[in-house]
Design a protein around this ligand. Structure first.
Ligand SMILES: [Zn+2]
Length: 115
């Protein structure tokens, strides 16, 4: 009764020679250190003349236009390469090794004898 293995994902950041995390853009294959996110925001101002009779804009409200529907873009090719924080984060990590634990190639028995 002890088959509860710790599901700790050992993710490794991609690090360059100086230990700085980087990502590889899946579109242009360039090494990038930043992603780019454009946030659309609506800003509401109260507008009224000031003492010099110039209009003064007083910010009273700021509302994000999108609902965390962010598109993370490559700073090199400006293609969208992630659409969630999870995806964006994953770009900075080494790809998970393909089952390094010994899962042998299951040789499928050749039962399918045509003839
Ligand atoms: Zn790119």
């Amino acid at each position: 009764m002890g088959d509860k293995m710790q599901e700790q994902k050992q993710r490794k950041l991609r690090l360059d020679k100086e230990g700085v995390p980087y990502a590889i853009c899946p579109k242009c294959n360039k090494q990038i250190y930043n992603l780019e996110v454009v946030e659309q925001v609506y800003i509401t101002y109260d507008v009224s003349p000031d003492e010099r009779d110039e209009l003064e804009y007083d910010e009273v409200d700021r509302e994000t236009a999108w609902d965390w529907d962010y598109e993370y873009k490559c700073i090199e090719c400006h293609e969208t390469i992630a659409t969630s924080e999870e995806e964006a984060e994953a770009l900075f990590y080494e790809p998970e090794p393909e089952q390094d634990t010994a899962q042998e190639k299951s040789e499928s028995p050749a039962h399918d004898n045509i003839g």
